[in-house]
Write a protein that binds this ligand. Sequence first.
Ligand code: HMG
Ligand code: MG
Length: 289
Amino acid sequence: MADRVEIFEVGPRDGLQNEKRDIPVADKIALVDCLSRAGFDRIECASFVSPKWVPQMAGSAEVLAGISRAKGVRYAALTPNMRGFEDAVKAGADEVAIFGSASEGFSKANINASIAESLERFAPVARAAMEEGLPVRGYISCVTDCPYDGATPPGAVARVAAALREMGCYEISLGDTIGQATPESIASMLDAVLEELPAARLAGHYHDTAGRALDNIEVSLDRGLRVFDAAVGGLGGCPYAPGAAGNVATEAVHDRLVTLGYETGLDREVLVAAAEMARAMRPVRGAGS
Ligand code: HMG
Ligand code: MG
């Protein structure tokens, strides 16, 4: 039997958060409902951040309330602080994510905190999630390159990964936020992080700005990673990472994995339908980034 690789769908969150146009909640719900039929285990569809910082995610509670939950799918939400965590619990998120950075410049720009301050802020969120019985995922942004600070030393990523592991994150997603990583820089970064956590607790989260995300996934597969984040239709970008293009497209990751002999458990026809829907929601590619 083929080795299984999971694609963690982040389109409804990472894909849409950067859109300037106010996307109706009903359209977001329709996209999540379509994705729920594709066979994902986890779909990130909400973000309980300040609406002043990311206006597009303001309707996250309505999205979680309106979707038709498919059996076996976990619907995930970003929670930067206790306020966000409490809102996510009220809205019925099945898992939450805290999101830090390996570079100081991006940490400040994205969440208005130094790395050390952000870790202090995340600790009670992780504790509360575990008390609530909710899985907590950790993200690390700028794992190879930062739009403010330049190249990120691999050791800085490993240090944040160790801190998130100590807080109880079940998985750590490694973000090439601005899509500038190369297979070589990903390999060096992973070699450092793998000193702290096994590959089974890591995920690759690669944006495709320079068109290298699939190659970066391949080098990560060689290092044993079996979970990759992607956004259907290649939606995405981060409002606080100028120049960041979309996440690598789910359907492209699926196709590459199948070509390499892996199994994803996803229905390609549903992915294509969801990708069309996603693209229709995003008439101007790269808007705002
Ligand atoms: P701050 O301004 O330092 O926080 O922002 P504050 O505590 O001073 O609060 C400021 C205002 O926000 C207050 O309202 C709070 O009530 C409100 P005011 O009194 O001015 O009316 N507020 C909130 N409102 C709703 N929900 C909350 C919340 N918290 C405070 N949870 C903060 C700090 C973290 C809140 C802010 O910087 C923020 O929301 N940042 C989020 C930025 C973001 O969402 N970026 C995109 C996601 S990360 C990403 O895309 C990368 C990733 O994909 C991986 C990769 O690619 O690298 C994950
Ligand atoms: Mg991202």
